[in-house]
Design a protein around this ligand. Structure first.
Ligand SMILES: NC(=O)c1ccc[n+]([C@@H]2O[C@H](COP(=O)([O-])OP(=O)(O)OC[C@H]3O[C@@H](n4cnc5c(N)ncnc54)[C@H](OP(=O)(O)O)[C@@H]3O)[C@@H](O)[C@H]2O)c1
Length: 240
């Protein structure tokens, strides 16, 4: 049976690789984006995957967007909360706005994405919730108090959802990528990027497809007993 999957931020970076991998597994996939229409249109033209625009930080927009996806593709079986942003700055310079932007998108955005699909998953006795956290939620990071707080929060979300959903056939798991070669990471100055790579025992950045393969495993029917867990995919940079 073809499953229906929703991937937030699914038109670029890690999310794009996830959307494509789920499609390759036979899923009907909806990918969302925030505002980069050009990238979304190019992604749909390349992959045939439908894209939808809404702001994950807004509950009403998310709920309405999810209703539209379900009207188009059917009930959502797999939800990948992947959309995320950074507003990096040392704590003493961090503004309340920079704090709230990241909390609203990365943390409240997960609530806004999962909460509307949760009742349907409970009724149908099947669901896969996958949240893209980060190595920096596990270990913290200079200039990322806001970001690390959200990514650590993701781990609390999936551990709690796992306990609530287990009897209803729903799993909730997180993936903590290390540094992956996406625009987010390629945007940092080359000198900084080189110093990041120097800290990765694998000696390289990860590829978005390496995260996507973790997602397809967690999303599969076969992964039903893997629940509340965190997969670290970081080239041996950090162990919990
Ligand atoms: N790259 C890494 O090394 C790395 C490492 C660990 C964790 N992560 C996490 O992995 C996830 C994906 O990262 P990435 O590097 O692939 O990011 P990216 O290339 O910057 O792509 C981010 C995606 O999220 C969407 N998005 C951002 N804010 C949104 C909002 N408010 N509402 C809806 N969509 C929104 C963007 O839409 P637009 O296209 O419209 O801008 C885009 O599709 C993030 O949660 C990030 O924290 C990344």
């Amino acid at each position: 049976m073809a499953r229906t999957a929703l991937v937030t931020g699914g038109s670029r970076g890690i999310g794009a690789a996830i959307s494509k991998a789920l499609k390759a597994e036979g899923c009907n996939v909806a990918a969302t984006f925030a505002g980069n229409e050009e990238a979304a249109a190019a992604f749909t033209a390349e992959t045939g995957i439908a894209t939808y625009k809404w702001n994950v930080a807004d509950y009403d927009e998310s709920k309405a967007g999810i209703e539209k996806v379900e009207a188009d593709l059917g009930p959502i079986d797999i939800v990948v909360a992947n959309a995320g942003i950074t507003r990096d700055v040392p704590f003493h310079k961090m503004t309340p706005q920079q704090w709230h932007d990241v909390i609203d998108t990365n943390l409240t955005g997960v609530f806004n994405t999962v909460h509307p699909v949760w009742p349907g998953m409970r009724e149908r006795k099947f669901g896969r919730v996958i949240v893209i956290s980060s190595i920096n939620g596990q270990k913290g990071q200079f200039a990322q108090v806001n970001y690390a707080a959200t990514k650590a929060g993701d781990l609390g979300i999936v551990k709690s959802l796992a306990q609530e959903g287990a009897r209803a056939g729903i799993t909730a798991n997180a993936i903590c990528p290390g540094y992956i070669a996406t625009e987010m990471v390629m945007a940092v100055p080359e000198k900084v990027r080189d110093s990041i790579i120097a800290q990765i025992p694998a000696g390289r950045l990860g590829e978005p497809e390496e995260i996507a393969r973790c997602v397809t495993f967690l999303a599969s029917d076969d992964a039903g007993f893997v629940n509340g867990s965190t997969i670290s995919a970081n080239g041996a940079q950090f162990f919990v």
